[in-house]
Design a binder for this molecule. Structure first.
Ligand code: 2P0
Length: 315
């Protein structure tokens, strides 16, 4: 029996679109921050009495469709046709644009690596984790992490050594499971969006700029690049043949608040993922001012303060 813990990450440069669906190869490299309060704990146990894998998420046994998806991933690690019992729980809402698949697959691969005695390094493990969920490659690592594009061999995650005072204030606009998964929407965007090529080109430039900004610990630049990168990702969706947007009125209200905060000289930038929640980038000096004004729009229960978190580990 092995238990592992992995933290979610929020991308500052987004992964949006696969150039190879079967190998899970992204068009562009992405860069993220792993966050302390959002995590998944997963226990994997080999069980010779089982005739197929068993997957329990947040106390609920998953149906055959969900379990088969996980079983396919377990196959990368499985030895001697041994089935496993997987029990997983999240410290936060699942599939609501808070990167539960990232922490989920990172915790699962970390646990499977140990349970089946593979002894892969985190870098090797991230190559396999990629085939469970792309963003999970980054959740194996703490703090700032990169998932680089490339081929089957060279597309993996790694950690950036920078440590700095950065805080993400997560404004939970809606914690319900989203109706349009990022996997399906990014696929449609690759196929349909009139802006997809422009996205790839701009995101490559943003990635290079972000690497410099992170190395130089320049929070202002990190914030500005993160904002434009996130909004360009959302713009690709607006330019689908059937336009789509994840933003809700409340998301826009929070974005406008961030702009006002900045006019008052407060460090505040925003990013958004495949959901309506807004993540505000700030620092420990200004975090209280951000929360104070955000509390006028959102309930305290819907505000999560997140600092950089560690890489995945065996408990
Ligand atoms: C990211 N997202 O970089 C981007 C930004 C959502 C918006 O990675 O198909 O669940 O499993 O590889 O990793 C969410 O996509 O997609 C995601 P799959 P995943 O964080």
């Amino acid at each position: 029996m092995t238990t592992a813990k992995a933290h979610a990450n929020i991308a500052l440069i987004k992964y949006w679109g696969k150039k190879d669906e079967s190998l899970f190869l992204p068009f562009t490299s992405s860069l993220s921050l792993t966050l302390d309060p959002l995590y998944t704990i997963t226990t994997v146990s080999k069980d010779s009495t089982l005739t197929k894998d068993l997957f329990v998420l947040n106390g609920v046994t998953q149906n055959s469709q969900e379990t088969e998806k996980i079983s396919k991933f377990v196959d990368y690690f499985r030895k001697n046709n041994q089935f496993v019992r997987i029990e997983s729980s999240n410290s936060f809402a699942t599939a609501a644009g808070l990167a539960s698949s990232a922490s989920g697959y990172a915790a699962l691969s970390k646990a499977l690596n140990q349970e089946f005695e593979w002894r892969y390094t985190d870098l090797e493990l991230s190559r396999i984790t990629r085939k469970g969920s792309g963003s999970a490659t980054r959740s194996l690592f703490g703090g700032f992490a990169v998932w680089q594009t490339g081929d089957d061999e060279s597309s993996f995650g790694y950690s950036l050594p920078t440590q700095m005072d950065i805080v993400m204030v997560i404004a939970v606009v809606d914690d319900q499971k989203k109706s349009h998964s990022s996997r399906s929407m990014m696929k449609r965007t690759v196929q349909e969006s009139a802006y997809f090529e422009a996205w790839v080109q701009q995101s490559e430039r943003d990635f290079s700029d972000m690497l410099i900004a992170v190395t130089e610990r320049d929070l202002r630049r990190i914030g500005l690049i993160a904002e434009r990168n996130a909004m360009m990702m959302h713009a690709t969706l607006l330019a689908n043949q059937t336009p789509f947007f994840y933003l809700q009125p409340k998301s826009l209200e929070i974005i406008q608040l961030v702009q006002q905060l900045r006019e008052q000289g407060i460090v505040a930038y925003y990013t958004m993922d495949a959901g309506p929640n807004v993540k505000i980038i700030t620092n420990s000096t200004d975090q209280a001012k951000v929360i104070e004004q955000l509390s006028e729009i959102l309930n305290q229960d819907n505000i999560i303060i997140a600092k950089p978190g560690p890489g995945a580990s065996i408990l």
